[in-house]
Design a protein around this ligand. Structure first.
Ligand SMILES: NC(=O)c1ccc[n+]([C@@H]2O[C@H](COP(=O)([O-])OP(=O)(O)OC[C@H]3O[C@@H](n4cnc5c(N)ncnc54)[C@H](OP(=O)(O)O)[C@@H]3O)[C@@H](O)[C@H]2O)c1
Length: 344
């Protein structure tokens, strides 16, 4: 095995990525060394590059979403072996940019609990769309107290709001909410509605309609559905909270998870509706348990049963690691119903 590999290195805060060789690390007891084939790009990648978000020292390597192959397993790892095809969430954010742990390099260390075996029919590009979106969804559900074993029946008439249904996180939130038995109300541009229906959303609304809140509330009331839980994937917490406020029925309180950060002074409350910023559990043990549930159990089962639709659409970017800076510049301008993917 080569002892060097190519990496996109951040030399200092606010600088562009530089592509350089760096030493290939050896996995610790509960870690895997992966060969990275595909990386999906996320807003946090340019927040890290341009503003130093989630980076404590330099040089740093960042990036989260991987489709790849296991090269080497740590001494305590039982459920993976060299050659396994996997999707994995690189812990760059949790390791504050520590170079061995960022996805934007050809070889990377990841905890085994952050990793899911993928079926043969799933490509590495498709696999790379899964980790951040599914983790962020489950972290949001954890933040607002949605139990993992929630199982509503249609007759329970329990609605769930997803604002930003065409976003990467939103497409996952729709699918997870649906799998728990919720009736899903989602917003997106009209051009995405038929596609988002295939993910399981029951009612679609165009967020550009001036009376979108009224339309959602009326539709829920006419159908006798109460919406007391929701997920804002795009920073539309004011509208989302209005919906919950007016459609929560007799529920004592309603909860909204917000994937984009909420400022402390904004930490909003509207009557009995509360919003929480999406955060994974704190503490090493609780975090590892959360990751293990999401990746080693929940996602693994969904993929094995063919019960997960990879979304949104993939937009392949050229140039490998050398194309990274340009690809992030493009992502920064905004994506609409697509995820940018690089092959390393
Ligand atoms: N807290 C966490 O742990 C965490 C983790 C991951 C991501 N995030 C954050 O979550 C957000 C979403 O990330 P992402 O990667 O899923 O984004 P993304 O896929 O790039 O989102 C793009 C989509 O957002 C939709 N959109 C934009 N404004 C909207 C609005 N006002 N109403 C409805 N839809 C709207 C657009 O829909 P149309 O195409 O229909 O216009 C577009 O398709 C980002 O702010 C990201 O930083 C947080």
């Amino acid at each position: 095995m080569s002892s060097q590999h190519l990496a996109a290195i951040l030399p200092s805060q606010g600088s562009r990525f530089e592509i350089q060789q760096r030493p290939t690390p050896t996995p610790g007891p509960n870690e895997l060394l992966l060969e990275v084939h595909s990386v999906a790009l996320n807003p946090i990648d340019y927040y890290s590059r341009d503003f130093g978000f989630g980076v404590s020292s330099y040089p740093a390597v960042v990036g989260s979403d991987i489709g790849g192959i296991v090269l080497q397993t740590g001494s305590s790892v039982k459920d993976f072996k060299a050659g396994d095809r996997v999707a994995s969430f690189a812990p760059a954010f949790f390791k504050l940019g520590s170079p061995d742990y960022g996805a934007l390099q050809k070889k990377v260390l990841v905890p085994a609990v952050n990793t899911t075996l993928i079926p043969e029919k799933l490509s590495f590009d498709e696999a790379s769309l899964l980790p951040m979106a599914v983790l962020t969804t489950w972290s949001g559900f954890y933040s607002i107290g949605v139990a993992r074993d929630t199982a509503f029946k249609p007759s329970d008439k329990k609605g769930f709001l997803v604002w930003g249904g065409a976003s990467s996180v939103g497409t996952a939130a729709i699918q997870v909410a649906k799998s728990l038995g919720y009736i899903v109300f989602a917003t997106a541009s009209s051009k995405h509605h038929s596609y988002i229906k295939t993910l399981g959303a029951d009612y679609l609304f165009d967020y550009k309609d001036e009376d979108v809140v009224e339309k959602i509330v009326k539709t829920a009331k006419d159908a006798g559905i109460f919406i007391d839980t929701g997920y804002d994937a795009v920073g539309a917490w004011k509208h989302s909270m209005q919906v919950l406020h007016e459609a929560k029925g007799d529920a004592k309180k309603a909860m909204l998870a917000s994937a984009p950060p909420l400022k402390e002074e904004e930490m909003p409350k509207l009557g009995d509706v509360e919003a929480k910023f999406v955060l994974a559990p704190e503490g090493d043990e609780a975090l590892a348990e959360h990751f293990g549930f999401v990746f080693n159990k929940w996602l693994k089962e969904k993929l094995a049963k063919g019960e997960w639709i990879v979304a949104p659409k993939i937009k392949k970017m050229g140039g490998g690691l050398e194309g990274l800076n340009d690809a992030l510049d493009e992502l920064k301008k905004g994506a609409s119903g697509e995820k940018l993917v690089l092959n390393l």
